[in-house]
Design a protein around this ligand. Structure first.
Ligand code: ATP
Length: 246
């Protein structure tokens, strides 16, 4: 597996900040996401994860700081190399998985064969006519992932992709994500669940109250192996929030 040690970061933020009227959601965050890695952006509810990812994707303008993509200042053409799923699955409920992908594929100019390849990679059945609105949470998640993967992006940005999945779904997602990064590509995913991020990520960015409290390999987050204690120490959260870590 590539480690991306000395390679140009795929995503970098420097001093990235976002102030809303009443609060600072993201406060001078310096992310460094290296190629070939699964980077887990971890933090409690309201920590600033989604806001950070939205600024990386150009969906929200930063109040201060900068985003670099593939070693260049943020630019829209570079986004064609980035697939994303933000704010939960979004698709046409009255269409099947394949029909949904065909719509998105058409917009991206993606050939039909690519649609079928992506469907297969998330283990959705191309001939299944079931409508997306009646999908299980796991199937909806796989469809959202497939939409993000269309067009063969170099980077996937996924906001809480494990939300609502059962252990089997999380294991299947892990396999799909690992297959993606095995070819040198990169994933950034956010989660407020320590256990879920720890089960997939190579690197961790731990954010709390808008500030980055830790960034580096998962293995170095808690050298003594006690991830939960490290999480609470770094986020300043009370142990009353223990349920959020499993
Ligand atoms: N459009 C907005 N207007 C005002 N405040 C906002 C807006 N979007 C987010 N916030 C606030 O910014 C803070 C960070 O929110 P954000 O959604 O980035 O957190 P998060 O880490 O993704 O949380 P969660 O795990 O709950 O999704 C929160 O206090 C939130 O209420």
């Amino acid at each position: 597996m590539p480690t991306g040690g000395g390679a140009t970061p795929v995503i970098e933020t420097r001093g990235l900040s976002k102030a809303f009227r009443r609060s600072t959601a993201v406060d001078s965050v310096d992310l460094t996401v290296r190629p070939g890695r699964i980077y887990g952006l971890l933090g409690p509810n309201g920590a600033g994860k989604s806001t950070t990812l939205k600024m990386v994707l150009g969906l929200l303008p930063p109040s201060a700081g900068e985003v670099r993509l593939f070693g260049q200042p943020w630019n829209r053409p570079a986004l064609s190399r980035v697939g994303a799923s933000i704010n939960g699955p979004s698709f046409y409920g009255h269409l099947s998985a394949r029909q949904n992908l065909m719509v998105h594929g058409h917009l991206l100019g993606v050939p039909e064969a690519e649609v079928d390849r992506v469907l297969a990679s998330v283990e959705l059945n191309a001939s299944d006519r079931k409508k997306a609105k009646s999908f299980s949470t796991g199937m909806k998640g796989r469809l959202a992932l497939a939409i993000a993967m269309l067009g063969n992006p170099d980077v996937l940005i996924l906001d809480e992709p494990q939300n609502g999945l059962d252990p089997e779904g999380i294991a299947a997602l892990r396999t799909t994500l690992r297959r993606f990064t095995d070819t040198g590509r990169t994933i950034v995913l956010s989660s407020h669940l320590l256990g879920e991020v720890a089960s997939v990520a190579d690197d961790i960015g731990l954010i709390a109250q808008g500030r980055l409290r830790y960034q580096g390999p998962l293995a170095d987050l808690a050298p003594d192996g006690d991830l939960e204690r490290a999480y609470f120490t770094l986020t300043g959260a009370g142990h009353g929030a223990g349920a959020m870590t499993s």
